[in-house]
Each structure stands twice: as structure tokens, then as C-alpha cells.
Design a protein around this ligand. Structure first.
Ligand SMILES: Cc1cc2nc3c(=O)[nH]c(=O)nc-3n(C[C@H](O)[C@H](O)[C@H](O)COP(=O)(O)OP(=O)(O)OC[C@H]3O[C@@H](n4cnc5c(N)ncnc54)[C@H](O)[C@@H]3O)c2cc1C
Length: 423
């Protein structure tokens, strides 16, 4: 049977962070397994990289100084070109007056069209450095007791350490891995929200700040702003579609639209303890109401308390077409629980005071945008070990919520491997 000191599962930023750290420190053989032909997730989609704590970092797992130290390492590999910001002081002042925080973050933006080249160059550097990278190789299961992974075709490979980084979309598989190996977990939080699409004129802050991060009361935050050539997209989950957004790298086919998410974090308590089940119920309800696809509503209709319809969707004031045209014009207030809608609408009103225009009647609100955080494994230490030499990192394991933090999570696991097994 083949043997490696460390097997990494998943070539997203968490897996890459671990692989590069191990390569740099040396002394351990590394196998990186990826089921796709190129890593999936945010590295390939839009690829905005945030370099300021706490964006992307669950604060209960990361202190400011820990995050900043790892981010320095991420910068060395990703060599970000930080987007310059214009004068955002006026927005910050207006936000502050209402109890809203505008984070001043350092960010770079690659763009969906340029991301594959970045990923391929990273993989090449790993291969050139001696990491065994196997794409299109899906891991079926992990047998911790016998320290081996089982590939989809049945092949077995043994390890001293395994770093599991399957991302958010791999959460069912991660659950199976936890069940089969007796790893305990919690699952009580979920982010539920909408994606806003409007003309760039009505969200003019993007001229000065590519992806402004606003923190509103009641755990609502703005997230993942796209502009220039921006599109709303949908992602298929088992029982529903969630919307998302991306944009192309620069001025190619600009559409003068902006999209961003407004998400509310829900922490569930006993007796409803599963964030994923809650998300599934809400996602299914939205699909039921809109014929199996996401729904969309113009702000003008929501204000008047009437549903948007296909006949009226692009009339008169409604001066731009939705980029996710396959969505059903409908009524968000039928689908979103009252508390969530109230807090999101309240945040939108505050945002409209900070950046007048965003609540123009033409603005489109898409629903649902759902971020599940999978079942959070119960870690036995700060190195994200769930059992000795068995690590779970990245968005799927709840150690991050973004590209750079995922990369940092991989670094942290790799640091432990080096400490225990390195030269
Ligand atoms: C459309 C979209 C746009 C986004 N845009 C941004 C953005 O601009 N900025 C940002 O910071 N974040 C963004 N994100 C979030 C970002 O993608 C994640 O935070 C980040 O990719 C998480 O990294 P990860 O390594 O944990 O998981 P992922 O990047 O999802 O990587 C997991 C990898 O594991 C592989 N895998 C899963 N199961 C197996 C298995 N059994 N065997 C082998 N391989 C497996 C998957 O194929 C995948 O390549 C976006 C996400 C999406 C979906």
C-alpha cells in the first residue's frame, strides 16, 4: 500500500495553505487529493481575497494576532495586489451615527476569468516542489483506526496525518467521515439572507471600495460585493438553489450593475439544534413558492406589499434586467421568516441612508442566499485536530468563511504536523 506522511483532501485554499506550508518547512511527504479537475469554490469564482481580521475568521477560533501572522504567510504565496480605496470617511461617519460599522479592509480581486490561471500556477508550484498532486481523484472514506484513506475506485493509501478540507459543498461527505470515525460535532448556526442587485449609480460606494463590509445590528452583515461586470448566479444544493454573485476581472463586458449579499447569522438553541435542517426547510419553502428556482422581487413591489410579476418586472422604473433571469418574480415576505426579513429590511434602510439610492424601486432582491457552516467538528486542540493527527479545516469544518481564512486554517493544521513529524 502507498504511504504518505500527510494526505490532504481538497485543493481549495485550505488544502493549498496546508500543502504550501508543509512544502516550505520540508521533511514530510505530501499527497494532495482533489476530486475535480481544478479546485472549486471561491478561488475559482471571483476570488476576492480579504486580508483584514476578522473578515472570514470565526472569532471564537482565531485571535487577531494569530490571524494576522498567518495572513502574512498567505500574502507571500498569493502575492495580492491590494485594491486602492478612495475616500470612505463620509460613509464611515454616516454608518457610525447609526450604530453600523464599516470595516476598512485590505482586499485584492482576481476575477472569475483569471482565477483558473492563478490556481493552475499554484498547483504547478506544488508539483515542482515535490508534492504529489492527484486531480480527479475522489476520496470515498477515511479509516482513522487503520490510518488510511479509501479512494472512490477502492484503492487505499496510508498516512501518518490526514488534513481534510472538502469545503462547504463537501459538508455531507464530511458528516459521513465524522460519523464513521466517531468525531463529535455541533451544528447550530447558519446565515440566511438575500442578494441585492442594483445599478452602480445607486450603490456608488463601489467606486471607492470594491467590497465594502458593513456590520449592522442584529448580526446582519454585507458580504461579497461584485461590480463592473457583475452577475448573480445560483448554486445547486441538495434540496434548493442558493444565489451567489461574481464578476469578471475588469472592464470586459461591463454591465454597470452591482450585487452583494445581506446575511443574518442565526444561532439556534435547543430544541432546534441543526442549522442545516433549518436552512433546508427555508430553502425548500422558497423553491415551493417559486417553482423550483430562486425568487426575485423589485424593491418597489416589496415596499407596496405586492408580489413582483413577470408582466411588470421590467416595466417603467424597472430599468435594468435581472442577471439571474431564470428566477421567479415573487413575494419575499411570503418566504422569509418575519424576524429575518425585519432585520434585513432594517439594515437595507440604514444602508440607503449611508449610500442613498440602494433602495431605488428598481433594485432587485433575490432569495434565498444561504450559507450553511456544516457540522462543526469538536476540536481537541487549537490546531483543528479532531483526533490525534486527524485535522479538519476550511469552510466545511467551520474554521473559516473565506479564501484567506481557509488558507490560514490549512497553515495552522500544517504547523502541528511539522511540530510533530517534521525534521
Ligand atoms: C460562487 C462562490 C463565490 C465565492 N467568492 C468568494 C470570494 O470572492 N472571496 C472569498 O473569500 N470567498 C469566496 N467564496 C467562498 C470561498 O469559496 C470559500 O471560503 C473557500 O473556497 C473555502 O475554502 P475550502 O478550502 O475550505 O473549500 P473549497 O474551496 O470549497 O475547496 C474544497 C475542495 O475539496 C474538494 N473535495 C471535496 N470533497 C472531496 C473528496 N471527497 N475527495 C477529494 N476532493 C474533495 C472540492 O472539489 C474542492 O475543490 C465564494 C464561494 C462561492 C461558491
Amino acid at each position: 500500500m502507498e504511504h504518505f506522511s500527510t494526505i490532504i483532501i481538497g485543493s481549495g485554499p485550505a488544502g493549498l495553505g496546508a500543502a504550501f506550508h508543509l512544502l516550505e518547512k520540508g521533511g514530510v511527504s505530501v499527497l494532495l487529493l482533489e476530486k475535480s479537475s481544478i479546485s472549486s469554490g471561491g478561488l475559482r469564482n471571483d476570488c476576492k481575497q480579504n486580508y483584514t481580521y476578522p473578515v472570514g475568521f470565526p472569532e471564537q477560533l482565531w485571535s487577531h494576532s494569530e490571524a494576522e501572522e498567518s495572513l502574512r504567510e498567505v500574502r507571500r504565496y498569493l502575492e495580492p495586489s491590494i485594491v486602492k480605496k478612495g475616500d470612505i470617511e463620509i460613509y464611515r461617519k454616516r454608518a457610525f451615527a447609526m450604530g453600523v460599522e464599516l470595516l476598512d479592509i485590505e482586499q485584492s480581486h482576481v476575477g472569475t476569468d483569471k482565477a483558473p490561471a492563478l490556481i493552475n500556477s499554484l498547483i504547478k508550484r506544488l508539483v515542482d516542489g515535490g508534492v504529489d498532486v492527484r486531480l480527479k481523484t475522489e476520496v470515498h472514506s477515511i479509516n482513522y483506526e487503520h490510518r488510511m484513506v479509501v479512494l472512490d475506485g477502492g484503492d487505499q493509501i496510508s498516512f501518518d496525518n490526514v488534513i481534510v478540507a472538502p469545503g462547504r459543498s463537501g459538508f455531507r461527505w464530511l458528516q459521513q467521515v465524522m460519523d464513521e470515525n466517531g468525531v463529535s460535532f455541533t451544528d447550530n448556526s447558519v446565515d440566511i439572507g438575500i442578494r441585492v442587485e442594483c445599478t452602480a449609480n445607486n450603490f456608488s460606494i463601489v467606486k471607492d471600495y470594491y467590497d465594502p463590509k458593513f456590520l449592522f445590528p442584529y448580526k446582519v452583515r454585507s458580504f461579497c460585493t461584485n461590480s463592473g461586470a457583475a452577475h448573480v448566479v445560483r448554486e445547486k444544493y441538495e434540496y434548493y438553489y442558493s444565489v451567489n454573485g461574481h464578476s469578471l476581472s475588469s472592464k470586459r463586458s461591463p454591465n454597470n450593475l452591482v450585487n452583494f449579499a445581506l446575511l443574518k447569522t442565526i444561532e439556534l438553541t435547543d430544541p432546534v439544534a441543526s442549522g442545516q435542517h433549518f436552512a433546508q426547510i427555508l430553502g425548500q419553502m422558497a423553491m415551493q413558492l417559486s417553482g423550483g428556482v430562486p425568487m426575485m422581487q423589485r424593491v418597489g413591489d416589496l415596499r407596496l406589499g405586492k408580489r413582483s410579476t413577470r408582466q411588470t418586472f421590467n416595466n417603467d422604473l424597472y430599468n435594468f434586467e435581472p442577471t439571474l433571469a431564470g428566477s421567479t418574480p415573487g413575494d419575499l415576505s411570503l418566504a422569509i421568516p418575519a424576524k429575518i426579513l425585519r432585520h434585513i429590511w432594517n439594515s437595507l434602510k440604514m444602508l440607503d441612508t449611508i449610500i442613498p439610492g440602494v433602495l431605488h424601486p428598481s433594485t432587485i432582491l433575490y432569495y434565498p442566499e444561504i450559507k450553511t457552516y456544516a457540522n462543526k467538528p469538536a476540536f481537541i486542540n487549537r490546531w483543528f485536530e479532531v483526533l490525534p493527527s486527524f485535522f479538519m479545516v476550511g469552510d466545511g469544518a467551520g474554521t473559516s468563511r473565506g479564501i484567506t481564512a481557509a488558507w490560514c486554517s490549512g497553515i495552522r493544521a500544517a504547523q502541528r504536523v511539522i511540530e510533530t513529524f517534521g525534521n
